[in-house]
Design a protein around this ligand. Structure first.
Ligand code: FE
Length: 132
């Protein structure tokens, strides 16, 4: 995949302050506040920074966490992974595979068939509706 490398100044000019805080500064939106949390429409969830397709709506599930949750990415490589030891925890960070923006974290308490839970900030996503 072709990568996008922009300076933080460039991202800051393109994104809203709220998007910049999460996508580029690895912030976390407050749970139960995201616009896409309850979205049940058919379509594709894309990176809120660069538009890279990340998750298909068919893999979204209600995790009860307050953040949009998915059990697998749309393709291998759509999401990149990084060990995150901040806040005294060992977590796997999910990043956009194309532009490196922060999406959320991955946990192993998700549903089958993968058992994984991609816990993603709503503000890190944009939704492209594609009726079945
Ligand atoms: Fe991206």
């Amino acid at each position: 995949m072709e990568k996008i490398n922009k300076t933080e100044e460039e991202w800051k000019a393109e994104l809203t302050p709220e998007q910049f805080e999460v996508l580029r500064k690895k912030g976390t939106e407050r749970p139960w506040t995201g616009a896409l949390l309850e979205n049940k429409k058919s379509g594709v969830y894309e990176c809120g920074a660069c538009g890279n397709p990340l998750f298909d709506s068919s893999t979204k599930f209600d995790s009860g966490s307050g953040w949009p949750s998915f059990f697998q990415p749309i393709t291998k490589g759509a999401v990149a992974y990084k060990l995150d030891t901040s806040h005294g925890m060992h977590r796997t960070e999910a990043l956009c595979g194309k532009c490196g923006s922060h999406l959320g974290h991955i946990f192993n308490d998700g549903p089958q068939p993968t058992g994984e839970r991609y816990c993603i900030n709503s503000i890190s996503l944009k939704f492209e509706e594609k009726p079945k």
